[in-house]
Ligand binder design. Sequence first.
Ligand code: NAP
Length: 464
Amino acid sequence: MSIATVNPATGETVRTFDELSPEETERRIADAARAFTSYRTTGFAERADLLTRAAALLEAETEDIARTMTTEMGKPLAAARAEAAKCVKAMRWYAAHAESLLRDELPADADVRDSGASAVRTHYRPLGVVLAVMPWNFPLWQVVRFAAPALMAGNTGLLKHASNVPQTALYLGELFERAGYPHGCFQTLLIGSRAVEAVLRDPRVAAATLTGSEPAGRSVASVAGDEVKKTVLELGGSDPYVVMPSADLDRAVRTAVTARVQNNGQSCIAAKRFIVHADVYDAFAERFTAGMKALSVGDPMRDSTDVGPLATEKGRADLEELVEDAVSRGATVLCGARRPPEHPQGWFYEPTVLAGISPDMRIDQEETFGPVATLYRVEDLDEAVHRANHTPFGLSSNVWTRSDEDIARFVRDLEAGGIYINGMTASHPALPFGGVKRSGYGRELSGHGIREFCNVTTVWQSAD
Ligand code: NAP
């Protein structure tokens, strides 16, 4: 894929960029490694000061970077502003909390204390240069939720961003430099995915994190495995949204619409499969479909727009194929399933609801990365749990019920990294984020996220 800003609302190529040469890439790896040798010795107060300055710059520049994101990948401008604000919050959160999250731990066990040591502790040290391979869908947030903890832990970062968000990628590299970070602490590499392997195999690169599709994750993890380097993978999701008879149906329906179409439907943690108990299925289906139909699709720069275009032409084609396959095998279209005729330019797709999903349809097992919801009718709690887990993915999940018995069962049995009860999945700096099964491994955010790229070191000192 060439590196370019192509406006998905119009199809116009706004700007193209040259890929970094292998020599220039090598120079930046060397800069990152050199920066690490001194940056790793800085204290938390200094690191917090730098991150706080980066947060202030981003806050002041929200409007500009929000417009850039909307131009590059089509999210509604209000959502782009909210994304920038969320990044500012996470940077401040890690600036305030990293020191306590990485505080030395003392063993509680008396046997360890009796091991002949005068002192024993677990100490968190940075790993080194970490490569971050990132997607376009939350082009600021995905990067910041890696960069803020990684930098606070004393690592340095190299960003290989998605090829369709180069201006956001360049902005991020410059943001940290302008905030005062020593040169090399955080740099953007404008490279295509084929150049990732060489960077990852470089002995100066210690670890990698990838947020993106399963094929990309598999490729990066296999190279890293070959090099015995640590990875964190945040991959796709097909989150269930389960509605049981005791649910507050008004809230469940309203939230369902938002949960499905947030970010034009292109969120890993969007609710994608709506699993509804037979007692409330008809009412839910009718009201949810009405909510999806009522959304305004159009120019993402306008405040009145709920759903903008898909980010890439290929992304829309992939989504259309999934819907066409389902319809050809008997799925019922409750709304959408077409390009909006009033928007012939750009990569728009109408919010879509499909019912009557069967196992022979690709959509039953694949991720729908766009505003397409599938509806399933289930007879009881057992079937709801089975249906929710009947997916290769395990990122997050949403359940709507007022029954304690239902809640206990979902918390025990849902195969997912998150369970959101009577609300929709959302990431927060203080809460661990990540999945199981084909959704990846490792965690971002919270104390778990900051410790992923640390050398957890046992320090034992003899009493003699
Ligand atoms: P993608 O094609 O996998 O791209 C993601 C990143 O990986 C881009 O920087 C891409 O570079 C790079 N890449 C692609 N193939 C690669 C390879 N073989 N080796 C190394 N790097 C490679 O993902 P996408 O389709 O743009 O993004 C959507 C996916 O991301 C969805 O599946 C979504 O669910 C997932 N996602 C997951 C999370 C999470 O937290 N779990 C969050 C957001 C998105 P190029 O752009 O240059 O190809």
